[in-house]
Design a binder for this molecule. Sequence first.
Ligand code: ME8
Length: 489
Amino acid sequence: MKKENKYITTPIYYVNDHPHIGHAYTTIIADVLARYYRDKLGDENVYFLTGTDEHGLKIAESAKEKGINPQEFTDIISAEFEESWKNLNISNNNFIRTSSEKHKRIVGDVLLKLKNSKTPNANDVIYEADYEGLYCVGCEKFINESELVDGCCPDHNRKPEKLKEKNWFFNLKDFLPIIKEKIESNELEIYPKTRKNEVLGLIDKQDLPDFSISRSVKSVPWGIDLPWDDKQKCYVWVDALLNYITAIDYPGGENFKKFWPADIQLIALDILKFHAIFWPAILIALDLPLPKRLAIHGFFTIDGKKMSKTLGNVVNPNDLVDKYGADATKYLILSQFGFGSESDINVSEFSAKYKADLVNGLGNLVNRVTNMVQNYLNGKIDIKLKESDLVKDVSEKIENLNFREALLKIWESIKYLNSLIDEKKPWELAKIENEKENLKNILQDLVLGLYNIAISLKSFMPVKSNEIVKILMSEKIVKPETPIFPRLN
Ligand code: ME8
């Protein structure tokens, strides 16, 4: 029986691109969940993995453009991802790089194991065959003629290349009935349900071809060796998916024994098929349990447009952190839209939202409450600070991946307390002798309310939450010298 612990993963990001707000969104969500569960289950019972996907033609081409070798290139961009997550105060336990020796070694072992395995129908899992098709380097996958728009891949706006080569294939067909059963029964939960239905629809259409697990060294020289065929390299998606188990030392490592199967694998819908069909097939072939939950969020646009270098609307998370700080950046991103929806991020509204919700909302509430307690109660309150229904409600929302709703709930509470101050006017009560008791009660209620707001924000804004809690729990409450959320210049 698996112990009560949580293994949380993000996709590993391609290093042909610099870290942007899309990668940040998934990583921030994983961070919120990891922090939430660490608080609930203890630090040692949560493992949060992210990292970078470093092989394949796309990466090799990008390195070539820069005139450096692929390893040097991936070292540079992978470090950018690590740096961005550090700036955002992301609490990952591990950062996996697929060009690391350990990952390559375990992938080699897994490939051999698959090569020696049988499907549920007693066929070989891996077989050799010719493949001829159109390959989109942008997607790192073969693409059907019918998917093309004006002869180009619609996602990358580039012409696919005609490839004919001998490849090793994974017999996906034999695994589809079991995968279907496991998804239907929620043994592998695909969330939200619309995505689950989409995957089941794909399986039912019965035109999912077997996928190739290798590429000819001639066409893709930058990859992991296929142990039994030196003319082939491992297909980058197989290499990439295996990160979720190599990072925790499959097959014998302590972390693997403790944390597999993953509890929640976060992705956007662009990579649903790989995670909901290919990945389960590989795991079943390895005789491993499937992840418990695959959670798919929408692919968002920026100010109404698809993010692209040509449009120049790619948002770099470091710029946001420089301007707003890590905690505020997380708030601004997560409060934009609900988890499952396809949506838009209004970066142009961020500074107005920062001012309204953080400077004038939460920041001002902290100033007002602490200032009044300092002035009218000499900084002393005599109540025990205990958790309220708000904390319970927010916890439930986090567990159900309703991050935006959780934040909306917290901000309702902030608005309510600010309006309570306006209505009760404690500064007037302070002038009336027989209102002292009433004033004290109101201020104590405000402190308690603010304390619960701070506790509810713990997983979202760990630093700011801690600052507020510290002020409220100190021997003598005083207004902070510098505002919790400074005004923008
Ligand atoms: O696909 N909206 O890497 P990738 C929402 N290496 N999320 C977005 C986004 C957007 N506009 N843009 C990116 C790969 N993302 C593979 C994954 S995993 C074994 C291998 C996020 O760099 C989202 O999580 O293209 C999406 O699934 C992921 O970045 C794709 O990152």
